[in-house]
Design a protein around this ligand. Sequence first.
Ligand code: PAF
Length: 276
Amino acid sequence: MQEYSRCLRRQGKRIGLVPTMGYLHEGHLSLVRRSVRENDKTVVSVFVNPMQFGPREDFKKYPRAFKRDEEMLRRSGVDVLFYPSSKAVYPEPYYTTVNVEYLTEPLCDRSRPGHFRGVTTVVAKLFNITTPDSAYFGRKDAQQAAVIKKMAVDLNMGIKIVTMPIVREKGGLAMSSRNAYLSEEERRDAAVLYEALALAKGMIKKGRRSSGEIKDAMRGLIRKKKTAKIDYIEIVNEDTFKNISRPTGKVLIALAVYIGRTRLIDNIRLKAGYYQ
Ligand code: PAF
């Protein structure tokens, strides 16, 4: 892969990379389409990265459907499907990791310690192997995208990090490979993540400015669902991920909620102009 990428670069070709863990959905395909539009060659990686899963998380049962993914990518005009083995990515003994400080500390890392270190390590490796000009990430994983952007800048990677809007199902549920775990009842309940975000947005639109009050209202709504258990609800500055007590400026409202045993995340961004 690395030799091929270097060869493309010598020919002056622009390379776009879409890193994924497979079990592709419309969210991934929106990234793929953008990369195909903007680059001469698009590489999609499919690798379920063991380093970003905690010991009690779902690495083993993470949904995998390689043939289906391959077919979807073939139809989307992707040039290269890169699907390395774990052994190739992490040759034994493996000692090196990449860690972004501060931005990784709030939100998801609290309940998934070490998760972002696993993400940045594998993404740095994928960048080194595929040598992209641009790499594409979805905004459902808003913290992940911010952390990767920071890594690319801090380590002078010279790679443009492009982020794309969340793609939602009809009821508002953000598309995610993990939605495959949900039973019918859970899928109905899972719509509450987006409903809670919409409620928060509506309250802010009406002039409510207490993050505490808004989060309480979101909690109240989510707790009505039998299968839902809140991991976190946060209202943070979109750049620093620091909590803010009064939403103003560029704000991210983010939440993680267990629906049954499945942990789902979602968020909305409010731009500075939203409050007028
Ligand atoms: O968002 C994902 O699917 C993964 O975290 C990524 C970026 C492919 C790294 O394994």
